[in-house]
Write a protein that binds this ligand. Sequence first.
Ligand code: NCD
Ligand code: ZN
Ligand code: ZN
Length: 344
Amino acid sequence: MKLILTRPDDWHLHLRDGAALSTVLPHTARQFARAIVMPNLKPPVTTVAQAAAYRERILAALPAGMAFEPLMTLYLTDNTPASEIRAAVASGFVKAVKLYPAGATTNSDAGVTDLARCDAALAEMEKLGLPLLVHGEVTDPAVDLFDREAVFIDQVLAPLLRRHPGLRTVMEHITTKDAADFVAASGANVGATITAHHLLYNRNAIFQGGVRPHWYCLPVLKRETHRLALVRAATSGNPKFFLGTDSAPHARGAKEAACGCAGCYTAYAAMELYAEAFEAAGALDRLEAFASHFGPDFYRLPRNAGTITLEKRPQAVPEAYPYLAGEALVPLRAGETLAWSLVD
Ligand SMILES: NC(=O)N[C@@H](CC(=O)O)C(=O)O
Ligand SMILES: [Zn+2]
Ligand SMILES: [Zn+2]
C-alpha cells in the first residue's frame, strides 16, 4: 500500500543549534518542506536579530540538494516590547511568538512570569495578526503534574483570550481532552498542534516494565481517555487541529539520568509515526489534511506544491544516531520496527 500526500510541514519543532542541529535537520528536511522552529535555545531567541542569525545557521547546516524553509519564532519574555513585534512582522521570516511559562519545560527559565507584563506585546500581536504559540502548563508546584494543562486553560488561556479575543493562538502539543474540547469550542483564531507520540501512547508507556526515559516529554503523556480524545480531534477533519511533532532531541546521557530531560525524538520518522496512528484509527484518508493543509491554512501560508510517498513497508529503527561529540541520540522506538516507510 502507498500513500501520496501533499508535502507536509511541521508546525512545532526543536532543531537546537551547532552539532545537534546538523544531526537532526536532515531528518526533518527529508520529510517536511517547512517547520515552525522553537526559540528555546540557550540563550533563548528573543529578538528578530537573533532569529535572523539562527535562521542563517539553520540554512548553513542544510545538506546540499535539500530544500527546507525554517519559519522562525521569538521567545516571549516579560520585557518583549511592542516594537519587537512590529519588527517581527516586518521581517517576513518570523511567523509566531512563543509563550513559555517560566520554568515549565526545557530551557524556559527566561520565560514569562506574569502575562500581565506582556500586554503591550500581546496587543500588538492581536492587532497585526502574529500568532501566539503557547506551552500550556501552569508551573505551580502545588498543581499535580497531570493536571497542569487543564489548570492552564482555566487560569491563563481562557482569561488571555477574554482580554485579547482576536489573538491568533496555537495551543501547542495538546495532551488532554480538556484542551481538545477547549480548542474546538473556541473561535477560528484558536488552533492546536498534536504530536505523534501523544496520539500513539498513554502514560503507561513511561512505566512499561520500568522507567522509560525516552517516553518522557512535557506536557507528559496522559491517561488513555485523553489519548483517545486527541485521536478523535486529529482525525476529525476539523482544521483547528494540525501536525506539530515537538520532536525534541536530547543526548542519551541527558535522558538516561537521575534527573532526565523532557523530550521525545521523533523527527527521523515523523510521518511514519503519524501514519501508524491514523491507520490505527481507520482514518488514513484524513492524514493529508492534518499534515499538509490545515497548518498552512491557519498560518495563512500557501500549501506546498510537492508530494511525499509513504509505503506500508517495515523499517528498522536504529538504536541511536550519532549526536554531539561522544554522545548518542536515542530516537523514540529505538531498536523497534515501524510499519510505514517514507520513500526517498
Ligand atoms: N517537549 C519537551 O518535552 N521538551 C521540549 C520543550 C517543550 O516543547 O516543552 C524541549 O525543548 O526539549
Ligand atoms: Zn512545550
Ligand atoms: Zn516543544
